[in-house]
Design a protein around this ligand. Structure first.
Ligand SMILES: Cc1cc2nc3c(=O)[nH]c(=O)nc-3n(C[C@H](O)[C@H](O)[C@H](O)COP(=O)(O)O)c2cc1C
Length: 329
């Protein structure tokens, strides 16, 4: 029997070491609440909450509270793109703290200001997304309480390394490490815990759920896709993003154009280019996910599609995975 109690579950105050990862544009409040209510922890993606699902952040958090009294988390994307963006993130973090959120997942950038603000705003736990040891060490200098190891099978922005290699690199740093990427069924969940991970963060699996508000065609594509259908493209955000291969993806290729690549390399222009990508990304992915998409859209999913064979209630997934870990010897 594998124990479900890990340093992560103890810090986050949850029963099952399973995180419903933040997803732009797929995280809606009902999905976040369903993962938490079943014993895992759902993570709010504030851009998705406000710009895709149309909730003011505070109202959205209160809606979640009406659906579950259990802990939820929030994603704080701390990339330096524009001052307006940074200020909005700071405001959102304060709102989340005021509304009782105590678990935060930071991505990109330096997490120190988030750690400090959380400590001053009532306390809580900050986990940082990392793809290799260098970033993990910097995040630990910034005071984070745990790491999310994003591997080469992940949905969203995948890393370059395998789950095994990341455990070797990060396991000895003295903080709990969560596995993000490639877990679509309970067998893979148990395997990640056996590797020594303190928990698993899943994204793609939770898109194919009853509670996720994306278009049914998107869910069907995830259920139908095989691992070989997942490719990494630079053409959406400028860095490798996992998407389902379609005739459109094949036609336009997966590399950023020469001008974009050049601008992304420049010390000053890279922020401009990232903002341009950011705006396109916010709009394009929203249209594809909610509207059923056109033939020129991108469908985000990771290699965990291999373990996904049906659209199910999110809570049933959490409970099935927990049961499989309890039964494992
Ligand atoms: C559609 C989609 C959108 C995502 N958006 C975000 C995001 O906005 N912020 C973030 O930190 N991670 C994001 N991720 C990563 C997930 O939180 C999670 O780490 C990842 O999906 C794990 O890999 P899996 O899809 O194989 O389960 C996204 C993933 C997907 C599939």
């Amino acid at each position: 029997m594998l124990t479900l109690s890990t340093p992560f579950t103890q810090q986050a105050g949850v029963a099952v070491p399973l995180v419903g990862g933040a997803m732009y544009p797929c995280s809606n409040p009902e999905l976040v609440a369903a993962v938490s209510e079943a014993g895992g922890i759902g993570v709010v993606q504030p851009l998705s909450m406000v710009y895709v699902h149309g909730h003011d952040l505070r109202e959205g958090l209160r809606l979640i509270r009406r659906l579950t009294a259990k802990p939820v988390g929030m994603n704080v994307l701390i990339e330096r793109s524009s001052r307006a963006y940074e200020e909005r993130m700071r405001r959102w973090l304060d709102v989340a703290l005021e509304e009782g959120v105590r678990f935060f997942v930071t991505s990109l950038g330096k997490p120190r200001w988030v750690v400090d603000r959380v400590a001053a705003g009532g306390g809580g736990v900050v986990y940082h997304d990392v793809t290799e040891r260098k970033w993990a060490e910097r995040a630990l200098e910034g005071g984070v309480h745990g790491l999310i190891a994003v591997n080469d099978r992940a949905g969203g922005h995948a890393g370059p390394k395998s789950a095994e290699a990341l455990m070797d690199e990060l396991g000895g740093l003295g903080r709990p490490v969560i596995c993000a990427g490639g877990v679509g069924d309970e067998r893979a969940f148990v395997a990640a815990l056996r590797l020594g991970y303190a928990g698993v963060q899943m994204g793609t699996r939770f898109i194919a759920t009853d509670e996720c508000r994306v278009h049914p065609d998107f869910k069907r594509r995830i259920v139908a896709a095989t691992e070989q259908d997942i490719v990494l493209t630079e053409r959406v955000t400028g860095v490798p993003l996992a998407v389902i291969r379609t005739p459109y993806v094949e036609r336009v290729g997966t590399k950023a154009g020469p001008l974009a690549r050049w601008l992304l390399r420049g010390r000053r222009t890279k922020y401009l280019m990232r903002s341009i990508y950011g705006m396109r990304y916010v709009w394009k992915l929203k249209r594809a996910a909610l509207g059923g998409g056109s033939s020129r859209d991108y469908w985000q999913a990771g290699k965990s599609v291999v373990g996904i064979s049906a659209v199910e209630p999110a809570g049933a997934i959490v409970r099935r995975f927990a049961e499989a870990a309890r039964r494992a010897d």
